[in-house]
Ligand binder design. Structure first.
Ligand code: ARG
Length: 281
């Protein structure tokens, strides 16, 4: 790039919790991507998921695994089952009855792995599907899944500031389909995010512009392939293989795009981030 210095991007090692999609299926439709009349393959889903897990390990991250359960085809989307900040865990409560039982399996996993500071929410809360940690505060989506009252509950339980954002496009029903954090910072203004503005209400777009004047703005095409469902370690950004335009723009800012094929998982309305619950300590 001409004249413009690209800051060095520093990755930090992460700890993730993932669930292999052994019982993956699209038997019901709770978002516009799901069509139960179309065929899906659990074997293909497992192969794609395995590649995603191995990609994280190759990048130096730790991946823990929770056992999948028959009858819970969406359990692969671990991001919806917990929000962990500073070792404090806020569990989840699903909007759809078809997913309700997942929350308890994850609650047990956390307890069995030594996470004693765990609270199960009273309000509907789809965890990291709607919560994104910037290093200083939680950005919180609502409009389709997580109850706005769960934002206040998260602030109280986790003891971190929460900023509510209104989602308005049913295809981008979780915050993590419309925004992700590229680089965390304890100072909000220097945290780097990428988002698709049209997924948010006009007021929330103004909030995002104010908080992140230097954000990367995604296009409709970036969003449609689930490019906003990326996972960044501060340098390496795991993206769906179709998101090459977005990847190229991130590369100009010093990030390293790492592509994975998630085409089978997308049939359930999920991508890399949906499969990935980050355990922050
Ligand atoms: N089929 C799942 C649902 O509709 C997909 C969840 C995707 N997860 C996410 N973090 N966006 O609940």
């Amino acid at each position: 790039m001409q004249g413009e210095a690209v800051p060095p991007r520093v990755p930090t090692p992460r700890r993730y919790l993932m669930c292999p999609p052994r019982y993956f299926a699209v038997d019901y439709a709770i978002n516009p991507w799901m069509d139960p009349s179309k065929p899906v393959s659990a074997d293909v889903a497992v192969a794609q998921w395995t590649e995603l897990r191995d990609t994280y390990r190759r990048l130096g991250h730790t991946v823990e695994e929770i056992d999948p359960q028959p009858g819970l085809p969406d359990m692969v989307f671990a991001a919806n089952s917990g929000t962990v900040v500073d070792g404090r865990v806020l569990g989840s409560r699903f909007r759809a009855p078809q997913r309700a039982a997942e929350a308890e399996h994850f609650r047990r996993w956390f307890l069995e792995h030594g996470y004693r500071d765990l609270t199960m929410p009273e309000k509907i809360n789809e965890a990291e599907g709607d919560f994104a940690w910037t290093g200083k505060l939680l950005l919180a989506g609502t409009g389709f899944r997580t109850d706005p009252a769960a934002h206040a509950e998260a602030q109280e339980v986790l003891g971190v500031p929460v900023v509510s954002l209104q989602l308005i496009d049913p295809r981008y029903y979780h915050l993590d389909t419309a925004l992700f954090v590229l680089a965390e910072a304890t100072d909000t203004a220097t945290a780097q995010v990428v988002y698709y503005p049209e997924a948010f209400s006009p007021g929330s777009q103004r909030v995002l512009r104010r908080m992140f004047p230097d954000a990367v703005l995604a296009t409709a095409a970036d969003a449609e392939c689930f490019g906003l469902n990326g996972v960044s370690d501060g340098r390496n950004v795991v993206l769906p293989v179709e998101a090459t335009d977005l990847g190229a723009r991130l590369a100009e800012r010093g990030y390293e795009p790492v592509y994975v094929d998630i085409s089978e998982l997308r049939k359930a309305g999920g991508g890399p981030k949906c499969c990935t619950l980050e355990i922050r300590k």
